[in-house]
Write a protein that binds this ligand. Structure first.
Ligand code: IVH
Length: 676
């Protein structure tokens, strides 16, 4: 009983501390502790909760991730509808709105609040007795989808609020995908052969509408709260501006770029300032929302046709230009996809010269009726690759040509197919040079075999010299062959050969990912490596067996089976095997626990390790029969000290527990496994 009380007290302490640091990090952007220290707090909390499952509560910071997939989203009725906004596209339109409002208010003076209009997804968050109970999309304004589980994974959404909050209330805000994260996500998707998101808004919407909230949890989503929907039994401030400050005091994330303006002129100045600098902001904003500040006046003004009279979206001018579409080019990607792109007469749009634009696929080109030779409107939005909005039909001469995808691959001449249900055309030749080179580049990249010193340029040189035709050829490269390339000196060559050799021991999941199977990204590769103990077993798996795995659908299963059916791929695997690249998972399970080399030893990790993540290190210790402890006690055998260690190091020193640096720890593991 005493133990439970102690655990309960510590759990509460940890939650409070973690919530505070979450708030510093995610809401204020001003952390006070290192990531490693934060991780330690989370680990301790997780451990205590695992030991005392009865003490887990829905608002615990551990409950943000990994909820079981929901079948479909439930429906949430909004007690008060979520409205949309009327637009103003020029100062004249804004001034006309202001005049109408002033007239309706009989000439009474009022302040305005001006805030960025974030391009994301509107959500309503309901809190009851201090806890987040529902998170819903806007839907049709009256009924939205219940996406509570997914929204819980967004760190800047508080799961609980301070006691002084109303007993029941709803806040509204915009969930968005920060530009930097969006760029990274698309780069990753391109690498994995997945379709790209057209813009951050689509990425945000796609991420919060995932049936599996663990996918949402991996996306760097964020939120700005912009309104109090309703509140029960509590007097709340009577102006929008003060409500925002009040919500901030309840730990909600409020846009720091909101301004209280005394007049229309001030509003216009603030808006103009933004027109100039909006590209510098870390999120997409398509205008400013201008709101009447006093809530009493808002209520007086009311709503017409789903739009409040008291607010207006003052849109930014689109960054567009007009130019000629000279031709449509085609890139062949690693997965064989034929990616069309627009070759444009260079044009300056918003300070940047654009000479090419994304054209996603043939259907898209035809849907927009874009023809070669057309004058086209091009548009740039933040980090997004420029795109063609529409053709200028009135400028057509009749000489424009309708585009069609080639039936032969522009790189190798092989047949092109369009698999059923897919938007992309693909080259059918897995040995297509374009695919082959892209595949080699992928094989050596970080996250895959991570071969240091072999970058994109060296891959290209090796490929062009005919020394490497596929990834497996890397392992039979000789010193002489490498020296025959331009600018290759002895020292570089031996480094390259060493890192190629070093990569032979990469874990199975990395190898599976490195093979570049269509649709198989890092996470699927992990799952496959856990399920199948070797590449051989995976290659033998049937489509049905694969589809039975959690989260692997028929499309991925089909792609895996097709990959291993192809002769070229089989040959690559045979070569890898001959060159002793590890294609199996270590079978540690079979050894008896007591016989394992680290049996009886307990390790505690502190600080950041270079060679592996904390969970990898712990998995390694456990696989070798050791224990990975979370706290330094007299029972601890060794404390492994990484960079930026936490208080555990001090504790180890106080208790006289042996410490190991990272390299000592690696030596220790090597000795344990008989490697040295
Ligand atoms: S106020 C009636 N403030 O814009 C009040 N909306 O076109 C409407 N939006 O669905 C909401 N940033 O998702 C407001 N600072 C902001 C906003 C904002 C983005 C979105 C919101 C709404 C849409 C209306």
């Amino acid at each position: 009983m005493k133990d439970v009380n102690k655990a309960k007290q510590r759990i509460e302490e940890l939650r409070e501390t973690i919530n505070y640091h979450n708030y510093r990090y995610y809401v204020l952007d001003s952390p006070e502790i290192s990531d490693a220290e934060y991780d330690e707090l989370m680990r301790e909390l997780r451990q205590l909760e695992a030991e005392h499952p009865e003490l887990v509560t829905s608002d615990s910071p551990t409950q943000r991730i990994g909820a079981p997939p929901v079948e479909a989203f439930g429906v949430v009725e909004h007690p008060q509808p979520l409205l949309s906004l009327t637009n103003a596209f020029s100062y004249e339109e804004l001034a006309a709105w202001h005049k109408r409002v002033s007239n309706l208010l009989g000439g009474r003076q009022f302040d305005l609040v001006c805030e960025p209009k974030i391009d994301g997804l509107a959500v309503a968050l309901t809190y009851v007795d201090g806890l987040l109970v529902t998170g819903a999309t806007r839907g049709d304004g009256y009924r939205g989808e219940d996406i509570t589980q997914n929204l819980r994974t967004i760190r800047s959404i508080p799961l609980s609020v301070p006691r002084e909050a109303p007993p029941r209330f709803e806040v509204r805000g915009e969930v968005y995908f920060p530009k930097a994260g969006f760029k990274k996500l698309n780069e990753k998707r391109a690498k994995e052969g997945l379709p790209l998101f057209a813009n951050p808004r689509n990425a945000a919407a796609g991420s919060v509408r995932q049936l599996d909230s663990s996918i949402t949890a991996k996306r760097p989503l964020d939120i700005f709260i912009y309104a109090l929907g309703w509140a029960e039994r509590k007097t709340v401030p009577d102006t929008h501006w003060e409500i925002m400050q009040y919500l901030k005091s309840l730990s909600f994330k409020i846009n720091p770029n909101i301004a209280l303006c005394r007049s229309l002129d001030e509003t216009e100045k603030y808006y103009q300032n933004w027109v100039e600098s909006r590209e510098n902001f870390p999120y997409e904003a398509d205008g400013m929302v201008v709101k009447v500040n006093p809530i009493a006046l808002q209520q007086e003004l009311g709503t017409v046709a789903h739009e409040p009279r008291w607010a207006v979206a003052y849109k930014f001018p689109a960054i567009q230009g007009t130019t000629r579409l000279i031709d449509i080019g085609i890139n062949v990607g690693r997965t064989g996809s034929l990616n069309p792109y627009a070759i444009l007469e260079p044009v300056r749009v918003g300070g940047v010269v654009i000479s090419s634009a994304a054209l996603h696929n043939e259907e898209d080109i035809h849907r927009k009726d874009i023809r070669i030779g057309d004058w086209v409107v091009v548009q740039r939005a933040g980090e997004v690759i420029p795109e063609i909005v529409e053709p200028v039909v009135s400028r057509r001469t009749g000489k424009e040509k309708i585009f069609s995808m080639p039936s032969r691959c522009p790189v190798c001449g092989s047949e092109v197919i369009k698999p059923q249900g897919e938007a992309m055309h693909r080259c059918t030749n897995t040995a297509c040079p374009s695919q082959a080179l892209e595949k080699i580049k992928h094989f050596v990249s970080r996250g895959a075999m991570d071969i240091d010193g072999v970058g994109e340029k060296l891959c290209q040189a090796l490929f062009e010299a005919g020394l490497v035709k596929d990834a497996a050829d890397l392992y039979s490269l000789t010193k002489e062959q490498l020296l025959s390339l331009e600018r290759m000196a002895d020292k570089i060559v031996s480094n390259v050969l060493n890192s190629i050799k070093g990569s032979k021991k990469r874990p199975l999941a990395r190898v599976i990912f490195a093979l570049g199977i269509l649709h198989v990204g890092e996470q699927y590769a992990e799952l496959l490596a856990e399920t199948f103990n070797s590449i051989d077993d995976l290659a033998k798996a049937s489509k049905e067996e694969l589809s039975d795995l959690p989260s692997i659908g028929p499309k991925i299963a089909e792609s895996i089976v097709t990959f291993f059916r192809q002769e070229g791929n089989r040959q690559i695997i045979e070569k890898l095997e001959k060159d002793k690249v590890k294609l199996k998972r270590k079978k540690v399970k079979k050894a008896k626990h007591k016989e394992l080399p680290l049996a009886g030893l307990e390790f505690v990790l502190t600080g950041k390790l270079e060679s592996f993540s904390r969970s990898e290190a712990e998995a390694k210790i456990k696989a070798l029969g050791g224990k990975a402890g979370s706290d330094v006690t007299r029972k601890t055998s060794y404390v492994v000290v990484g960079a930026d260690p936490g208080f555990k190091l001090a504790k180890a020193e106080k208790l006289g527990i042996k410490t190991l640096s990272e390299s000592e720890f690696l030596d220790f593991l090597d000795q344990a496994t008989g490697k040295s």
